[in-house]
Design a protein around this ligand. Sequence first.
Ligand code: GTP
Ligand code: MG
Length: 273
Amino acid sequence: MEANMPKRKEPGRSLRIKVISMGNAEVGKSCIIKRYCEKRFVSKYLATIGIDYGVTKVHVRDREIKVNIFDMAGHPFFYEVRNEFYKDTQGVILVYDVGQKDSFDALDAWLAEMKQELGPHGNMENIIFVVCANKIDCTKHRCVDESEGRLWAESKGFLYFETSAQTGEGINEMFQTFYVSIVDLCENGGKRPTTNSSASFTKEQADAIRRIRNSKDSWDMLGVKPGASRDEVNKAYRKLAVLLHPDKCVAPGSEDAFKAVVNARTALLKNIK
Ligand code: GTP
Ligand code: MG
């Protein structure tokens, strides 16, 4: 039996699953769960101490699903408490705050912590991850845009939703899709169905978009040395244009990256004799 297989009460009908929340302190993990389960929002910050546990029932297709939710504390101080709760999980809600770049950058470290706790025999492949880009109501402070978050999530085969625990935007859709994906996983013998497990774009495309987004100038964007010749610029441009052309690339952010590459080439060629 797969390590991540949930416990069944009546075969084929009811299912019991375990879901955990992960992400930095204060990103809104508890509020997202509260918004879904209790339909309310609390604006005062009440840090989770260690772990909060709750049970809820949901229906997916004709099945009753009993969901055990373990809401983790994000503060590093609680590492010792939360580390034993990673195992036997079918779904992970991975949250960051769109106004806190640190919380987005920390997502890799959260995955690493989980991987480490599951040990060498743990299998992260057969867990459904949903990434919540939370606090989208705070538009003024937003510093991680949708395409950046979506690119990170989808390049790992994770679901991605824009959410606000405050207004409720995206919350029901996120949970609905998340639970359906977990049921699909359970009905597939505890393995992620192949259709959901791979991104519809390549790692090379995702890496190129990230590099272009973080480049410091037009030379850097095209990946050529400052002072490169027209030929070198054109060659680098053509390679990126083929990789990211909107007709061929569906990766989030590819259109903006393609436009940026076109502009970078134009700017450089203007000044090269
Ligand atoms: P820890 O338990 O410490 O790990 O934090 P957490 O991730 O559970 O954060 P929590 O849900 O407690 O929310 C932190 C703060 O952010 C609280 O003051 C919430 O009211 C606020 N908050 C959460 N979600 C949203 C949101 O979508 N929009 C806005 N504006 N504030 C939010
Ligand atoms: Mg909390």
